[in-house]
Design a protein around this ligand. Structure first.
Ligand code: MSP
Length: 540
């Protein structure tokens, strides 16, 4: 069955059902505001945006959360260095993230800042609840701290006095601190991870987390007294709350945890059960160990999935300010377009693995797959329709090429699973193979050789035109989550307002129904004056 919906309009009939299976909650990490955004931040956010767009397109009620992590020593130090207050720094830098997300067409539902009032209220409330429960206690912390990573470290883990994660010098800390009882929940967490294969993705990350837990968990220090930029501990404002304890709770405060606690009937629990936390591999431990324990302590269900993506290197080297090899996403967008960047990030590397950002590769992929394969398919098809039928699509009764339909069905058959496993590279690979198949179909059927004075030949021609247009429609559908602007431009050319809602698995009847509704006989196809991807001429 197919129901027509607006491109990003929610499907009301489904969403109102009181059933969490119709909900989807996607989150990105919240980003530190010590510096402007780079490609890594764009990456986590584009992944979350793509899956959110697909889920909306599939009729689910989606809440997509992103934002900024604004407290902590790292921000305080950077603000001091710039001679400004931490709040002024956060006010200035969070705008850069919003600007980038605007340029990248990120369809978030909320941009949370940890300085937002409702978030601060939630953090203090949770702290008090866990104190009352006895899961938080006051003692003294003596150990090491890495400010760039905002992480407590054991002496044993240091490598020559440096942080094992980022390689920068760690500092010695000895101060009174509140602690969260991790050891109490250690066994429960191991069991949970072992019994819920969808909890940590990709699957190869699971063992890494389990072996960390099995080494034994020390209770976690969750407050500091030696600086002041943070949320005060309720009832003891000598202490501020540890930035990670504060930050992780953004996933609750953004969807109305406070109101839910107060008895308001909102969607909090429906969304939270479906949460997909998209994070980089470097912060998996916080999400797959500390966060679930905080939730156990709060008697809340755990998020559905924590997906850890890999890291981008630049020409096989770690990006760093000191090496001067940090890629500025805004520069790439301004020069090549947001969709070209989104495409490269998702197509080049299987999500979960590390990737190497290489400008030559970027340009090669752009020119061959976007400009030649996709761009050319759209422009030659619209040109054919102009030339052979004056811009109007004829021949509804002649049907569509069956092999092409079969390919669409094959790709869409696995689509849900592929999205749930974050196998975006594979979806794009299949889609671009299909684009080539359609190009080849046009070449092989050679409409320019057809003599349309014969009735039979006319039908042959109409079938080619229609098959190409319907294929482009499905291509537009398939690329929409990854390249929303391009998909919108294609839909404008096809002169359609919205996609049809696809119920998986798609059947041949669905496809015939949809083309009958969207592309009636004589449907006008707009002239393509818009070159989707102008070729990049390499200047060097
Ligand atoms: N503030 C914390 C997250 C708190 S979530 C409750 C944080 N922020 S961050 O700004 O340092 O990093 C955010 C994300 O950017 C992480 O997911 C990290 O993996 C990602 N990346 C940073 N550099 C990266 C690359 N070079 N490549 C890919 N992603 C990387 O951590």
């Amino acid at each position: 069955m197919i129901i027509q919906i607006g491109k990003v309009k929610k499907n009301k009939a489904m969403a109102n059902k009181d059933n969490f299976k119709n909900y989807f909650y996607a989150t990105t990490p919240i980003y530190y505001v010590n510096d402007k955004p780079h490609i890594g931040h764009a990456y986590s956010t584009v992944i979350a945006d793509s899956i959110s767009r697909f889920k909306r397109l599939s009729g689910l009620k989606v809440f997509f959360l992103t934002g900024t992590d604004e407290h902590g020593l790292k921000i305080e130090k950077e603000a001091n260095a710039r001679g400004m207050s931490p709040k002024d720094l956060a006010d200035a830098v969070h705008v850069k993230f919003k600007e980038l997300f605007g340029l990248l067409s990120i369809s978030y539902d909320r941009f949370i800042r940890t300085t937002d009032e409702d978030h601060i209220k939630t953090v203090q409330h949770v702290f008090s609840m866990l104190m009352e429960k006895g899961d938080i206690y006051l003692s003294e912390y003596e150990g090491w701290y890495c400010t760039p990573c905002e992480t407590f470290l054991t002496e044993k883990s240091l490598i020559g006095g440096n942080c094992p994660q980022c390689g920068r010098p760690a500092s010695k800390v000895k101060e009174e601190s509140y602690f969260l009882k991790l050891s109490k929940y250690e066994k429960r967490l191991v069991e949970y991870i072992e019994n819920h294969p969808e909890f940590i993705k990709p699957p190869f990350r699971k063992n890494e987390v389990l072996s960390f837990i099995k080494e034994g968990l020390n209770d976690l220090s969750i407050s500091r007294t030696s600086f002041s930029w943070g949320i005060p501990v309720p009832g003891n404002d000598k202490h501020i709350i540890y930035v990670w304890f504060d930050a992780l709770l953004n996933y609750l405060s953004a969807i109305g945890f406070e109101e839910f606690q107060e008895g308001e009937k909102n969607d909090f629990n429906l969304f939270f059960k479906t949460a997909n936390h998209i994070v980089g591999k470097d912060i998996l431990k916080f999400h797959a160990v500390y966060w679930p324990i905080m939730l156990f302590a709060l008697n809340l269900p755990l998020p559905k999935t924590i997906f850890a993506h890999g890291w981008w290197l630049m020409d096989n080297k770690k990006m760093s300010k000191s090496l001067g090899n940090v890629i500025d996403p805004v520069y790439l967008i301004n020069n090549y377009g947001a969709d070209a960047l989104r495409f490269y990030l998702l197509r080049e590397v299987t999500l979960g693995l590390d990737g190497d950002f290489n400008m030559n590769n970027f340009i090669t992929r752009y020119n061959s797959e976007l400009a030649n394969d996709l761009g050319n398919l759209v422009s030659r098809t619209t040109a054919m329709i102009q030339k052979y039928s004056g811009g109007f699509l004829p021949g509804l009764e002649v049907g569509i090429d069956e092999d092409l339909i079969k390919t669409v069905i094959d790709i869409t058959a696995n689509l849900n699973d592929r999205y749930d496993n974050y196998d975006f590279a594979r979806i794009l690979e299949d889609t671009f193979k299909f684009i080539n198949t359609v190009n080849k179909y046009i070449n092989d059927s050679a409409p320019w050789k057809i003599n349309i004075s014969e009735r039979e030949d006319k039908e042959k021609l109409y079938k080619i035109l229609r098959s190409a247009v319907i294929s482009i429609y499905y291509i537009s559908y398939l690329i929409y989550p990854f390249m929303p602007d391009t998909s919108g431009r294609i839909n404008k050319i096809l002169n359609i307002e919205a996609f049809m809602f696809l119920k998986f698995p798609v059947t041949p009847e669905d496809i015939f129904d949809s083309h009958g509704v969207l592309f009636k006989d004589g449907h006008k196809i707009n002239e393509n004056r818009d070159i989707l991807f102008p070729k990049i001429v390499n200047k060097d």
